[in-house]
Design a protein around this ligand. Structure first.
Ligand SMILES: NC(=O)c1ccc[n+]([C@@H]2O[C@H](COP(=O)([O-])OP(=O)(O)OC[C@H]3O[C@@H](n4cnc5c(N)ncnc54)[C@H](OP(=O)(O)O)[C@@H]3O)[C@@H](O)[C@H]2O)c1
Length: 298
């Protein structure tokens, strides 16, 4: 997506080195597919997953080695991308250390709620660590990712991680203090958008449209409206005014949405998700307070 010409000049993965993805579930697979589509050679990619059937499925789908016994590959890894649930981080960090992780290997984590200092202390080494929060539209090259770096990661490490995620959408370096809010807004965000689109498509069916047509109308309208916001840089309220004829049908529909308190419902949803994100990566002493949230993942 990015037009940064330096991307072509410096390979994200060095010659003869590899990028390993630990956790070949929803996000691991999504990011591997995105990286392959963005031009990272398949023979430099591998994945590890403790679940044998996930290995078979992901290996067949992605045409890269996906193994439960991946430890022998760790020492040649230039970059390790961590895609397990937050609660599985301690086990994976121990496995990486025991497998001979090199001090220079860049560790990128997409684990919701797990801060860079927690990742560093779980790893117990001075490896560079970058924390990222991507989302699932990365699979179609329209992901939204933010990245920040830990205490041992350089600006070059951050740039390198950013280039990986730029290949699957847009990636911004952002201060770690905002990560829980971002997890709630753009990490979880596709789910909110799908719910809203489903509801609007149902509304179209209610007023007589065939379902397939209603869904196409809704999805393309969402895509178009998003592009208008991003491409024009105009405030959504100003763009909304362009659609809203005096005494017309749009203002009538908007009034109904306001009656339903759509703004406060959305604000409460993001507020609640932010609170949960803050507990996902809690250290063991805090787990009892978070009542199992750590296992719940994203
Ligand atoms: N889904 C999203 O939209 C999204 C967006 C942004 C960030 N995230 C973050 O992405 C991470 C992964 O989420 P996901 O939805 O992709 O989870 P997922 O589908 O459950 O995938 C995780 C995979 O890792 C495997 N695993 C667990 N422990 C392992 C270990 N010790 N070694 C190797 N593999 C192991 C799991 O196997 P088992 O199933 O056998 O446990 C599973 O196959 C989470 O931390 C989440 O916070 C998710």
């Amino acid at each position: 997506m990015s037009t940064d010409s330096s991307k072509a000049a410096v390979p994200v993965i060095g010659e003869g080195m590899t990028l390993g993805v630990i956790g070949a579930g929803v996000m691991g697979r999504t990011l591997i597919r995105g990286m392959i589509a963005s031009g990272i050679p398949q023979d430099r990619l591998w994945a590890g997953d403790k679940n044998g059937s996930a290995c078979d499925e992901a290996g067949n789908l992605l045409k890269i080695p996906v193994e439960a016994e991946y430890q022998a590959r760790v020492p040649s890894a230039d970059v390790i991308l961590l895609c397990v649930k937050p609660g599985d981080a301690p086990a994976v960090m121990a496995a990486l250390r025991n497998a001979g992780l090199r001090r220079e290997t860049l560790l990128i984590s997409i684990l919701a709620g797990v801060a860079t200092d927690r990742l560093e202390s779980l790893l117990g080494t001075e490896n560079p660590v970058v924390r990222a929060m991507p989302n699932t539209p990365a699979i179609v090259g329209e992901g939204m990712t933010v990245v920040c770096r830990g205490r041992y990661a350089s600006k070059a490490d951050l740039d390198r991680a950013k280039r990986i995620f730029d290949g699957v959408g847009i990636c911004l370096p952002i201060d770690e203090i905002h990560f829980n809010a971002i997890t709630a807004l753009s990490g979880s965000g596709p789910a909110y958008q799908y719910l809203i689109m489903e509801a609007l498509a149902d509304a179209g069916v209610r007023v007589g449209l065939p379902r397939h047509l209603a869904l196409t109308l809704v999805a393309q309208t969402a895509l178009g409206a998003a592009k208008m916001v991003l491409d024009t840089g105009r405030h959504p309220a100003s763009l909304r005014d362009d659609v809203t004829t005096p005494a017309g049908c749009t203002i009538g529909g908007l009034l109904m949405l306001e009656d339903g308190r759509i703004r406060s419902v959305l604000a409460r949803a993001v507020e609640e998700a932010t609170k949960i994100a803050a507990h996902l990566g809690a250290a063991p002493s805090k787990i009892s307070e978070t009542a199992g949230a750590q296992r719940a993942g994203h």
